[in-house]
Design a protein around this ligand. Sequence first.
Ligand code: 13P
Length: 259
Amino acid sequence: MRHPLVMGNWKLNGNKQMVNELIAGLRTELSGVDGCGVAIAPPVMYLDQAKHAISGSHIVLGTQNVDVNLFGAFTGEVSADMLKDLGAEYIIIGHSERRIYHAESDELIAKKFAVLKAAGLTPVLCIGETEAENEAGKTEEVCARQINAVLNSQGADAFNGVVVAYEPVWAIGTGKSATPAQAQAVHNFIRNHIAKKDAAVAAQVIIQYGGSVNDKNAAELFAQPDIDGALVGGASLKADAFAVIVKAAAAAKKPDDLS
Ligand code: 13P
């Protein structure tokens, strides 16, 4: 059965003091809250510190990228096994900031997806259209292409136990979230697209929404039947705002939450 997952993507933010303070704040704000998975994705530099700081809580560790290579002469890279060694479980791949600033292709991202699965880690596969693509009516085409890079090379089974994050690029960091109806329409399209290959796999895929999610708009987004939590940027850097988002996801009851 699907359960919502709210994950904080800290991006390139933080220092040792902030990691301890933010996690201490989250532990206080989130104590006793259940019914929603919670994960944080700090910069890789702080994973070990964060792992210790979340110990004994139900916060799960993630991070923001992985290399396709497993070991060897690849200066500056971090492997799936290293992330696993440090206790990370949910690994963001395909974020639009990496597609744009690091020219990551659908094929490279599909390789990262396979490397994570092989290591027993959970990919959080980010997809989403740019503003120009949205205005040109290409949202579904772009999302299908980004999903197909994995679906066509690794099959529908590869989506068992993974997370997809629909993050329209025009909504990221702009304060301009997709409306609940807009987001629901795309989430439903993504789920149906996977269902064409395997309905059971599609039914269990967690599809998060990301893009200017905050403590004010989270509840109405999570009320949509195909929105299973959120990938949160800016608001994940404030314990109180992030906790409101987690609580909104935990409180959202979906028609197909049958468990
Ligand atoms: P914001 O929540 O800051 O818009 O960022 C969303 C995002 O990119 C999460 O991965």
